[in-house]
Design a protein around this ligand. Structure first.
Ligand SMILES: [Zn+2]
Ligand SMILES: [Zn+2]
Length: 356
């Protein structure tokens, strides 16, 4: 089968991708599931892995691509409730189950995460177990990370499961209620998913700040009540005008560098969610603002117990996810997908294998 594989470039830890012929994987463990890949989203993380120097670690040799979904092809001997032909979404980061975090209800922070098709920072970068991802025709994953979905669901929507699970858990942390006001910094696929879920949870105002016009237009289609170009308009003034001078109830930072901006946008007692992440960012923070305003600051990285819910959301089509999956391309045109994302003319590009 054709696969997109990460290769060292010979320049430090930089990697590039290459097409390679790989054997079809086989069931090895009794709880393995062999998946026929239907679609794979290109993630911002993938672009970071391919940068020189890379902004994200990876393991050369593995098949790339973590946002994959598919159809069950075969199951191991102890897998009872999955059958050949079932359509499924996949959690590409199965936790180990035995580390301290797994045993204290923080599986999304597992210290020995299995990483299908990518790399990861922090402790898990050295302890994570790099596994093949989905940019190919077939993949093997443990049954515990496979979630059944209605078979009529289009694959380009299913491919949004991983980012949706991460964002959904972030929304649960904020506890957005009907009538709340929200500001979202950054309108890439993650910012757009936050916009869609905030609206679905009943937020009356969703103000999205984004410098690219294409993304601002998309945010309006997805449900933003106001979009702001932060290079031309005063975001704080807009947030104040829209909230009778109070500030928003919640601010989601989906950029990775703008914590102080987020703190500035929220009302007294408001909540900030740091989701975007840039390991190099060390912005100056006015600590007094956090204290005086009693700001609650949350971090969020991967989804926690959210894939089952993500499957129900995706199959019900309750969110405008089809507006977020803007492009579908075959595996042989992967580079075009990367170029589209670099140019800012796409939100989520979904790749599909051409042969099985
Ligand atoms: Zn991703
Ligand atoms: Zn663990």
């Amino acid at each position: 089968m054709k696969a997109i594989v990460l290769k060292p470039t010979g320049n430090g830890n930089a990697v590039k991708f290459a097409y390679e012929e790989r054997p079809k994987p086989e069931i090895k463990n009794e709880d393995d599931v062999l998946i026929k890949v239907l679609g794979v989203g290109i993630c911002g993380t993938d672009l970071h892995i391919l940068m020189n120097p890379p902004l994200h670690p990876s393991n050369p040799g593995i098949i790339f691509g973590h946002e994959f979904c598919g159809q069950v092809e075969a199951v191991g001997s102890c897998v009872k409730d999955l059958n050949k032909g079932d359509k499924v979404i996949v959690d590409p980061h199965p936790p180990c189950g035995y580390c301290n975090n797994c045993r204290s209800d923080r599986p999304e922070m597992c210290e020995n995460l299995f990483l299908h098709g990518e790399g990861i920072e922090g402790q898990a970068a050295t302890r994570g177990i790099f596994k093949n991802g989905g940019l190919t025709s077939y993949a093997v994953v443990p049954a515990g990370s496979v979630f059944k979905i209605n078979p009529d669901t289009p694959f380009q929507r299913m491919a949004l499961a991983e980012p949706l699970a991460c964002v959904g858990y972030g929304i649960e942390k904020l506890k957005i209620q009907v009538g709340d006001t929200v500001c979202i910094l950054g309108a890439g696929p993650i910012g757009q998913l936050f916009c869609a879920l905030a609206k679905a949870n009943g937020a009356t105002k969703v103000i999205v700040s984004e410098p690219h016009e294409y993304r601002r237009t998309k945010a309006l289609e997805i449900g933003a009540t106001r979009v702001v170009n932060p290079e031309k308009e005063d975001l704080k003034q807009v947030c104040m005008e829209e909230t009778q001078g109070l500030g928003v109830d919640h601010c989601v930072e989906a950029v990775g560098q703008l914590l102080m901006t987020a703190i500035d946008m929220v009302r007294t007692g408001g909540k900030v969610l740091m989701f975007g992440h840039d390991e190099t960012a060390a912005p100056p923070i006015k600590l007094g603002e956090i204290v005086k305003k009693e700001v609650e600051i949350h971090g969020c990285f991967l989804g926690k117990y959210y894939y089952e819910k993500a499957a129900r959301i995706i199959e019900s089509n309750i969110l405008p996810l089809d507006k977020i999956a803007t492009h579908v391309l075959p595996l042989s045109r992967y580079q075009e997908g990367l170029d589209l994302l670099e140019s800012g003319k796409a939100l989520k590009v979904v790749i599909y294998p051409e042969e099985y």
